[in-house]
Design a protein around this ligand. Structure first.
Ligand SMILES: NC(=O)c1ccc[n+]([C@@H]2O[C@H](COP(=O)([O-])OP(=O)(O)OC[C@H]3O[C@@H](n4cnc5c(N)ncnc54)[C@H](O)[C@@H]3O)[C@@H](O)[C@H]2O)c1
Length: 249
């Protein structure tokens, strides 16, 4: 599996899974551009000349274009895009979910992926190669009650990625979706209903729903993202990979 000297843009790089993905890719010898609304967690990685952190709101069209242009001019190519950013939804009865909240979740989790993939497609088509990995959620396959907007946004990511895989296949560009199961990051607590205990929910609701009996760690996701970005995944496109300890069954 090789990814040495490839250049990969990782979004959500300041978060749990994103930061782990950046570290795995750097260890494997890739050049990495990590983007996030909050890049404080990436400060110590900036000593590495193969890493660049870029602070950006991925809903800002010009900012997304700037990330890709900068990456190309600094590293010479854009070989991979891992969309790892996203926001959660507190479990809420649909009557209590405002239109503004619904729109925000769809925008951050899906519209931003449209923007980054549109940029990636332009560069990768010209190159005649490239790999895109979009992070969805096992809740697309097995929803939990009260997460309507979140599940809809991640379901859209899955359909969008399949459509993109077909469109970009003639250019040797692969696009796949990875659905994580419940993972031990700060986001997990944000799925609980307002007022309920995060620690109780972690064990009783999330951990107990994973057949392999434990929460996913950010590294579990990072390893699989690295695989999908590597030459080993040459013939994989339009696939839905659950990395969830069996939660989707
Ligand atoms: N943690 C889980 O249990 C779980 C389960 C299934 C799927 N997921 C998905 O996995 C991905 C990573 O989740 P995580 O657990 O690492 O979460 P996290 O909250 O640790 O990281 C998400 C990151 O996305 C960034 N982000 C949010 N909106 C942004 C925007 N508009 N522009 C730029 N950056 C933005 C945040 O700043 C944050 O650093 C997300 O897409 C999430 O929906 C998580």
């Amino acid at each position: 599996m090789t990814i040495t000297k490839k250049t990969v843009i990782v979004t959500g790089a300041g978060g749990g899974m994103g930061r782990a993905t950046v570290e795995h890719l750097l260890e494997a010898g890739a050049n990495v551009v990590g983007c996030d609304l909050n890049i404080a967690a990436l400060a110590e990685l900036e000593e590495n000349p193969r890493f660049k952190a870029m602070k950006a709101d991925l809903l800002n069209e010009a900012a997304v274009q700037h990330i890709f242009a900068q990456t190309k001019s600094e590293f010479g190519s854009i070989d991979g895009l891992a969309n790892v950013h996203g926001i959660a939804q507190h479990a809420t009865p649909i009557e209590d979910c405002s239109l503004a909240e619904y729109r925000k979740i769809i925008d951050v989790n899906m519209t931003s992926i449209f923007l980054t993939c549109r940029e990636a497609a332009a560069y990768m088509k010209e190159q005649g190669s490239g790999k895109i990995v979009n992070i969805g959620s096992v809740s697309t396959t097995r929803p939990r009650p009260g997460l309507q907007a979140y599940v809809a946004s991640k379901g859209a990511v899955e359909s969008f990625t399949k459509a993109l895989a077909l469109e970009l296949a003639p250019y040797q560009v692969n696009a796949n979706v990875l659905h994580p199961g419940p993972a031990d990051t700060s986001m997990l607590g944000e799925f609980t209903a307002v007022g309920s205990s995060v620690d109780d929910t972690k064990k009783e609701v999330f951990e107990s729903s994973v057949p392999l009996g434990k929460l996913l760690q950010p590294e579990d996701i990072a390893k699989s993202v690295k695989y999908l970005l590597s030459d080993a995944a040459e013939m994989i496109t339009g696939a839905v990979l659950h990395v969830d300890g069996g939660r989707n069954i």
